[in-house]
Write a protein that binds this ligand. Sequence first.
Ligand code: NAD
Length: 390
Amino acid sequence: MAERAYDFLMPSVNFFGPGVISKIGERAKMLGMKKPVIVTDKFLENLKNGAVAQTLASLKKSGVDYVVYNEVEPNPKIHNIKEVKTLYEKEDADSIITVGGGSAHDTGKGAGIIMTNGDDITKLAGIETLKNPLPPLIAVNTTAGTGSELTRHAVITNEETHLKFVVVSWRNIPLVSFNDPTLMLDIPKGLTAATGMDAFVQAVEPYVSVDHNPITDSQCIQAIKLIESSLREAVANGHNLQARTKMVEAEMLAGMAFNNANLGYVHAMAHQLGGQYDAPHGVCCALLLPYAEEYNLIADPERFAELARIMGENTDGLSTRDAAELSIKAMKQLSEDVGISHSIKDIGAKPEDFDLMAENALKDGNAFSNPRKGTKEDIVKIFQEAYDAK
Ligand code: NAD
C-alpha cells in the first residue's frame, strides 16, 4: 500500500463551527462574486433565521447582490439543473451558492457543469469527463450526511429513464464549504437518521475500498467513532449542539475519505433504488449496508474485524471471521437504534426490478472500488436479502 501513488482532493477553504455562516458575505466578496444564484428549496428559504435567511443577510451586509432558485428536489433531476442555468443566464449571474443538503449542492454543481461543459449532462457521466472549469461555487451545508459540499461528485437523476448517474471530476469541487452545526439544530429525527447513516456508510465503504490509503483510513476511523458516539444522541435530542457538531465533523471526515478512496456496492446499488423509487438516499444506503458488507466480508476479514473494534465491539478471544461478523451486527444495530426500517420493501422496491437494477449498479462509478468483484447474480441476491430482511 505505502508505495502506491495517490492524489488527495478537497475544497481549499472550509469554514467549520457554530456561527461561521456570518462570514459568507465577506468570503463571496473576496472571491469577486457580484451576483450569485442561490440554489436551494422553498422549505429552507422559508425557514425563519435558517441557512438561507442567514446567507442572504450576510451577502446583503457585504453588498453582494443575488438571485434565488428555490425549486431543488430531493434526488435532483436534469430539469432542475437546466432551470438553474436558464435563471443564471437571464439574470446575468456570475457565480453559484448552494444552500441545503446533497440535493442543493448537486443541483448547483450540475448547473455549473452544463454551463461550461455542454448541455447534455448524461454524456458527462463517469470519471474526469469535464474539460472546463465551473463558475465559482460556494456550498453552505445543512445536513450532516452526503459530504457533497466537499466532494468531486455530482449525483443527478435522469427523470426519463429513472437512472441516477454520477459525474466525478476535480472541477466539481466547491471553492469554499461552510459547515455550521447551528444550522442543523432541530432537523427532524427521520432526516437526522437518514443523513447520519449516509455519513456512516461513507466512512465504512472507503475503509474497505480497494482505493483506501493511510490518510483516508484515519479519516474513516475517526468518522465512525464520532458517529457511534453521537448519531443516536442527535436523533434522540435534535437540539444537542455537541452531538450535532460531532456529526458535522464526522460527515466532513467521511466526505474527504470517500472523495479520495471512493465507495462501493452500497452506493452503486443505493443509486438504483433512489433513481427508480425516488427514495431518500441515506435510507437506501442504510438498508443495503449490512447485506452488501456481509457479501464483501470474505475479501478482507481482518479489516472487517478491525471495523468491529472501531465500532466499540469486544472481539477478545474471537476468530477473525467471528470478529468480522460482529461488525455487520453492529451496523444493523446502529441502523435499528436510529429508527431506520429493515427492508427495501418499505421504500417500494419490487423484485421484478432487481435484474435491471443489478446490471446498472455494476456500471455505476462507485462499483469499481468495491473490495469484492461481483456478478449480476450476486447483486440481485444482495437486493433480495435486503428485501427479505425483517
Ligand atoms: P437532501 O438535500 O435531499 O434534503 C432532504 C430534505 O431535507 C429536503 O426536503 C430539505 O429541504 C431538507 N433539509 C435540508 N436541510 C435541512 C435542515 N437543516 N433542516 C430541516 N430540513 C432540512 O438530503 P441529503 O441527504 O443531504 O442529500 C441527498 C442527495 O445527495 C441524494 O440525491 C444523493 O444521491 C446525493 N449525494 C451526493 C453526494 C455527493 O458527493 N455529491 C454524496 C452522497 C449523496
